[in-house]
Design a protein around this ligand. Sequence first.
Ligand code: ZN
Length: 402
Amino acid sequence: MGIIGLRGATIFDSTGREPRRGDLWLRDDLIAEPPGGPADEVLDLDGHTVLPGFIDAHAHVGLLSLYGQASWSAAEQAGYVFRNLRESLDQGFTTLRDLGGIDGGVTQAIKAGLVEGPRMHPSGQILSQIGGHGDMRPTSSDEPANPDFGCGGLVRNHALCTGPDQVRAAVRQQFRRGAKQIKMFVTGGVLSEGDPLESPQFTVEEIRAAHDEARSHGSYVTAHAHTVTGLMRALEAGVRSFEHVSVIDDETASALKRSGAIVVPTLAVVESLTADPAAWGVPGHLLDDLDNLHTQQRRSLAMLDDLGVPLGSGADLIGIEQRTRARQIYLMAAEIGLAGAIESATRVNAELLRIADKVGTIEPGKVADLVVYEGDAAEDPEVIGTRPPKYVLQSGRIVRSP
Ligand SMILES: [Zn+2]
């Protein structure tokens, strides 16, 4: 790889510094101390913006269809998963935390160089209670488990469990298969029937069992929590990582702040589902719910930001065409400003994934994961999230170029 010089770009380094014009030197897979010696390759980036490689803290590259994935062949599913991975890189995402679906086999395929994709943090199966957000059985079915749509080593669907013992077993199973963290539904969701958004799911004891077991593996649980009661149960159980957090009150926001939790708002998925609900097969009667959620999410996000709760960033995209991942940054920027939205998707997400010693900021010694856009985002924030990047570098290697 040698030495690559990036000259004259506006640099958003995500350390809290103001964006500045300057040069960057990369030595092999790392960002080097300037001047870094003569370069093997120089990119003249006058009028461009350089940012740390983006991290999506809430991805589902293996959830390809809301309904009917069970009838797809493993080969088709693999094809779509691999394309979603490549697309993520093309959009500047050098790391993904997959929150349900993907398991360790995909990480292995990327590491072996068979497939191009971001650095992966898979969760394996999402833990759901019976009748909860992840119970995909038809109401007429008495099968003990969800209809299987996946295939081991690639994609798996949700794990249904009851009681602390089954929860522990499910957590151990995910780590055995290569999960890096555990995802758990502690409230209802939007696109599932029969479990209202307000419903708390799992007991404090069950959530605590998952939390303790994840800690034994040196990891953590992140809780899908749209509403207050389930969220407060998870906080009581020790969970400190939360997804969505869409409909909350002042008391819950303060409790999150006191606990030191990180919250990952997910705005892009709602935009993508409401833009073309028919394509997703979203039933008409759920559209009002989605609209309402959109408004509530923004209100909750503003409350959390005012209190200074650390905000990560997750697109939560599903489907076979995951091409709008960077919209999450664009939509967050409208709520908390561009610098905040960029830091959420880089430094804060890196802290959440516990890899902030390696990625998330542009500093000497960090891994050279970088995104380069044509245009100066310091003057025009619309540069980010409205067009594909010009270059993407992962570990010092140019993985996208014009
Ligand atoms: Zn999700």
